[in-house]
Write a protein that binds this ligand. Sequence first.
Ligand SMILES: Cc1cc2nc3c(=O)[nH]c(=O)nc-3n(C[C@H](O)[C@H](O)[C@H](O)COP(=O)(O)O)c2cc1C
Length: 150
Amino acid sequence: MSQLTIVFISLSGNTLSFVKRLSDYLAFQNITTRQINIKELDHQTFPVEEPFVAILPTYLEGGNGVDTGDVEILTNPLDDFIASHDNYRNCFGIIGSGNRNFNNQYCLTAKQYSKRFGFPMLGDFELRGTISDIERLAAIILEAQANFSK
Ligand SMILES: Cc1cc2nc3c(=O)[nH]c(=O)nc-3n(C[C@H](O)[C@H](O)[C@H](O)COP(=O)(O)O)c2cc1C
């Protein structure tokens, strides 16, 4: 039995739904998940000792995401959690969730984290994600976890 740790934030429930369904899918492959939901932590941070994947929606206020308006408004607690205790060193990749209606801003915050912290952007999905998103991203996550070395 192997294990996957998922660090995520979800404000309106889409990412939480994806994480739950991803975990159910992995359970069929005898993989257990440890889910760290940043929204439940009330700004607490702690070290995550094992490698983990991060999953993050984008919430930007206005603008076009290129030269204006890429101000992140709601998901900063995940940023703080990943930055604290050098947790970013155990993050083997990030997945963005968003809505393609936002065009250039689609999943922009996950892309920005990837650049800033230096871990790879492993993929993205819209809203709650489809079953094919879960199958596709599960394979990518497990491969990245297997190949990760600090
Ligand atoms: C105020 C607001 C701003 C948003 N901005 C973006 C954005 O800039 N880019 C994007 O891809 N999605 C954007 N979204 C869509 C959310 O990222 C998407 O609905 C996501 O699934 C929400 O995840 P959650 O339900 O787990 O919080 C925005 C949604 C809201 C309500």
